[in-house]
Design a binder for this molecule. Structure first.
Ligand code: ADP
Length: 308
């Protein structure tokens, strides 16, 4: 059974009677396997938050069905809600509360009896046990994020959803948060995260769906999707003007951009950068500067949408 099953899901927003309708989700299908680490990848405005907010019961869908842990969100709302924990983008707790109090309050909202609460265990899991009684206001940005993860875990959901978990978080904290999420996945949680960072999806997830303009344009294993986007580009800025592509670089399909720039698109698995540099030197040019550029998400979109 899938942790989440989305069928023919459509969402049309209408801000006011007079304004135009916005088709935010256009008949999407998505299955998120149990136990997976799944990334929903897409640019701003693609429809990621809408999808998550429908799961969380915060946005009312226009049509289609969503089942969480096998529970239809319309028919088995309570069971569906119990199965999922959502970590929103914004920090949503009272800054004057302690982490312990934040979790206790959340447990209360889920109606958990005292004996069923695991406050310290959860704080320990996200590395905040020693901060249990500090005011939340005194926590660092990364700790606050981890407290948000802890809050979503209070009712012990099988599925954890993180909405842009590391937007605005620095690299070191990002790594910590990733480690935490990996651990939760190892312990059996299904993880769904939305992101517009390709790197985040790459580091964490085993399956990636790409959403654009309210449509799912790819839904594949990470390896399959990465194999599409391995292309890199290298630019040599040379010491003098180039008229023709030197013969040494013809086999690499080099092209001239501007007067002194030579650009080569290549597959790192097939071509070594050293060979490219040697070829430029062999052509008797001095290299003033080298820049490389990895295909980014935008290229992937272009490739995938063009292919479709
Ligand atoms: P993402 O999370 O991928 O950035 P969203 O799901 O937030 O995308 O938005 C999808 C589209 O729906 C966007 O065009 C956005 O402007 C629009 N949208 C989102 N929320 C509303 C709303 N409450 N009212 C009208 N349009 C909305």
């Amino acid at each position: 059974m899938n942790a989440i099953e989305i069928k023919n899901l459509t969402k049309v927003y209408q801000r006011s009677k007079k304004s135009a309708e916005k088709l935010a989700l256009d008949n999407i299908d998505l299955n998120i396997p149990r136990g997976s680490m799944f990334a929903l990848l897409g640019p701003n405005g693609a429809g990621k938050s809408t999808t998550i907010n429908i799961m969380a019961g915060l946005v009312v869908k226009t049509s289609g069905t969503v089942a969480i842990n096998g529970y239809d969100i319309d028919e088995m709302t309570r069971s569906a809600k119990k199965s999922i924990g959502i970590v929103p983008q914004e920090i949503t707790f009272d800054p004057f509360f302690t982490p312990r109090a934040v979790l206790e309050l959340q447990a209360g909202m889920y109606g958990l009896a005292e004996r069923d609460r695991r406050t310290m265990e959860i704080l320990d899991m996200v590395g905040l046990a020693d901060k249990a009684d500090a005011t939340a206001r005194s926590l660092s940005g990364g700790m606050k994020r981890r407290l948000m993860v802890a809050k979503a875990m209070v009712h012990d959901p099988d599925i954890l959803v993180l909405d842009e978990p590391t937007a605005g978080v620095d690299i070191e904290l990002r790594q910590q948060l990733w480690d935490n999420v990996k651990l939760l996945n190892k312990e059996g949680k299904t993880i769904l995260l939305t992101t517009h960072y390709l790197e985040e999806a790459e580091q964490l997830c085993d399956r990636i769906a790409i959403i654009n303009n309210g449509k799912v344009i790819a839904d594949e294993s990470k390896d399959d999707i990465l194999s599409r986007i391995e292309g890199k580009e290298i630019t040599f800025r040379l010491d003098r003007d180039i008229v023709d592509v030197p013969k040494e670089l013809i086999e690499y399909n080099a092209r001239i951009e501007g007067k002194r720039r030579l650009v080569v698109s290549y597959q790192p698995a097939e071509v070594a950068v050293g060979a490219l540099i040697d070829a430029v030197k062999k052509a008797k040019y001095d290299i003033a500067d080298i820049t490389t550029d990895q295909s980014d998400l935008e290229d992937v979109f272009l490739q995938i949408t063009r292919a479709a």
